[in-house]
Design a protein around this ligand. Structure first.
Ligand SMILES: [Zn+2]
Length: 645
């Protein structure tokens, strides 16, 4: 008998690795305290294969411990100089269009600071002006690494050779944000909210699903549905939301920037990527065999603690839903002192007994607000009868307590206004404190805020300078261009977050949208009957306010209509292409004209939005590498001509 109970899936994968050790030996290894380097190598290989296949055997932290120990015992071992290998499926490997490296890791502020010092030093060495050093932070998606060159989708494999998994695209896997193919490196990921709501009963973790998406065998029907619903996507790194700023800005606002980025996407993440975007510095720093030196991952270890609940406080949200917030006996977890945690809903408070004196198990993953994992000891719960904000009698709606007072509940009003400015995101100034103050004077609607004269702000108790600043900010919020889908999302209609807004606006203009019927909406990909009904009702509820705000004159960038892109079935329809160098088959300007006829956009310089860089003769390596670094697919003239047929 092994001392470890492997699951059938784990056994199948371990057998594929064709190790010399038996399962019993492996089981013993897992519970040993003291290792020789060969044993550790086996352990790391097994742990890696199981992790990649979605049947993990140890957590990340334990893996890193083994790895560190292995490094100290056998620093020259070739296993260390390879990129952690992905699961080996029984199919051949092909060279990747571009090398995919891993990322070096940092676990503390000090390590990040040291890394920024290396950036500064590199800048000095090449006389690059310190003021111009730019950093970027993106979420580090915890999915399945892949590379998309526009034709083939590859696994990362060993970083140089991967496997062709284009079948995932053939199964309907889309690129995140409806972006084009060919954006280079990224991850296959599944929406966290979708996993929790739809798939968590059937699948242990999201890795099982990632493995199923790319597997050679037929896809499970629930996974196929998740692909069809757009919940599983290939997310190119170049499409990720990001923070940009200087080294000083990063170091002086480290915690708040990280906390914001940590919750920026609805996908599992296992850290944040910090990198410089200055091409000369990147080029100068280069890479080791494993990592780019100009990039680092910031990671935080998961930790859990058992904590006593002092009391549970109700809080009314923008939608009227009342959230239970548990006040806790202050406890240290992952370096921070926690004193509050949000319970999922009041039904959990009621059925699991989250009352004063209850003991709960909290898990803090990264910098995310801690999650209640389990109730260890239950206690008599306290259920509120009235809204803590407006005193209206609360009603149950499935698992939630709801304040039914839609028109006159201060908490709902405040949170709606806060949501508007937060989603718009193009100005500062209208945060919770300011909103709380002005709502006390009877301001209830977004359009009213825009009509408050400066004198009134002074009457509300703001200083002269602050009042002028608020007026200026409101002006700026209308002048600074924002996407129309973001503007729509700011109204907080249920089921109309950014992604759905964008999808709808690809079919209807923002003003037409309010006249779209449920029957029309369900014809759009991704909108089922129930969602469409909720959205149509939600839009009707905000229509009046929407147009009052809309008529104030915002600078909206209109979402491209789907028809503009789908009209043409050319392989480059919708792609953004840059031509460079001397072409063989004709003049560059003729090629540009032809590309436009085929529905592509032609640009003059390469940016993160570029799909293809088509290179003629005499194009420098630097230019090509810079484009690849931005995730752009680089094609020779011939490869391009093959592509367009
Ligand atoms: Zn209320």
């Amino acid at each position: 008998m092994s001392e470890y109970n492997f699951t059938d899936n784990q056994i199948a994968i371990i057998e594929k690795l064709a190790l010399e050790q038996s399962l019993t030996d492996l089981g013993k290894l897992l519970s040993a305290n003291d290792y020789r380097s060969e044993q550790l190598e086996t352990l790391l290989k097994v742990a890696n294969a199981l992790y990649r296949s979605g049947h993990p055997i140890i957590d990340d932290q334990k893996y890193d411990e083994y790895l560190d120990l292995f490094k100290s015992l056998d620093p020259e071992n070739p296993f260390l100089s390879n990129v952690e290998p992905e699961l080996l499926i029984d199919s051949k490997t092909v060279p990747l269009p571009q090398k995919m490296l891993s990322t070096d890791k940092a676990y503390t502020f000090e390590e990040i600071k040291k890394w920024t010092e290396r950036i500064t030093k590199a800048a000095t060495e090449i006389d690059f002006e310190q003021d111009l050093i730019a950093l970027k932070i993106t979420p580090k998606l915890d999915g399945y690494a892949a590379y998309d060159d526009g034709i083939t989708l590859y696994t990362r494999g060993d970083g140089t050779r991967g496997q062709d998994i284009t079948r995932a695209i053939e199964r309907g896997l889309k690129v995140a944000n409806n972006a084009n193919r060919g954006l280079g490196p990224g991850e296959i990921v599944i929406k966290k909210s979708y996993f929790d709501e739809v798939l968590s009963n059937k699948f242990e973790n999201s890795r099982n699903i990632q493995a199923a998406i790319i597997a050679e065998k037929k896809v499970d029907e629930d996974v196929q549905k998740a692909i069809d619903d757009g919940a599983c996507v290939f997310y190119p790194f170049s499409q990720l939301s990001n923070w940009t700023g200087s080294i000083d800005e990063l170091l002086s606002n480290f915690d708040s920037i990280l906390e914001k980025m940590w919750v920026a996407v609805d996908f599992d993440i296992d850290g944040l990527i910090v990198e410089t975007t200055n091409a000369p510095i990147k080029q100068h720093m280069g890479a080791t065999r494993k990592f780019h030196r100009w990039q680092i991952a910031f990671k935080v270890n998961d930790e859990s603690a058992e904590v006593e609940v002092i009391k549970v406080v109700p809080q009314t949200s923008r939608t009227g839903r009342v959230s239970p917030v548990a006040e806790l006996v202050p406890t240290k977890l992952s370096g921070a002192t926690l004193s509050r945690a949000t319970v999922h809903h009041y039904n959990m408070v009621k059925t699991n007994g989250v009352g004063p004196g209850a003991i709960i198990k909290l898990v803090r993953s990264g910098l995310v607000i801690p999650k209640i994992e389990a109730v260890i000891k239950a206690a008599e719960p306290e259920l509120p009868e009235n809204c803590p904000s407006c005193n209206a009698h609360l009603i149950w709606e499935s698992d939630h307590l709801i304040c039914p007072n839609k028109s006159d509940c201060p908490a709902q009003t405040e949170n709606t206004l806060i949501h508007f400015f937060k989603t718009l995101g193009n100005v500062d100034g209208f945060g919770p404190k300011v909103i709380e103050k002005i709502t006390q004077f009877g301001i209830k609607h977004i359009h009213e805020i825009y009509q408050i004269p400066k004198l009134k702000y002074v009457e509300f108790g703001f200083g002269d300078k602050t009042s002028q600043n608020l007026i200026d900010q409101l002006q700026a919020s209308r002048e600074i261009e924002i996407e129309d889908w973001r503007f729509l999302a700011a109204f907080g209609v249920s089921r109309l977050a950014g992604g759905n807004c964008e999808k709808l606006l690809q079919h209807h203009s923002i003003t037409e949208l309010f006249d779209v019927s449920v029957e029309q909406m369900v014809t759009i990909d991704g909108f089922a009957q129930l969602s469409a009904e909720a959205i149509v009702e939600g839009l009707a509820n905000v229509k009046d306010e929407f147009f009052k705000v809309y008529d104030l004159g915002f600078h909206l960038a209109v979402t491209d209509k789907a028809s503009d892109r789908e009209d043409s079935d050319s392989p480059i329809a919708g792609a953004v292409i840059v031509f460079t160098g001397a072409m063989q088959q004709g003049s560059r300007s003729d090629m540009e004209k032809h590309a436009k006829l085929l529905g592509a956009k032609v640009a003059k310089s390469v940016t993160g939005k570029t799909t293809y860089l088509v290179t003629g003769e005499k194009v420098g390596e630097t230019k090509i590498n810079a484009a690849r670094d931005k995730g752009v697919s680089v094609l020779t003239e011939q490869a391009y001509l093959n592509l367009i047929g």
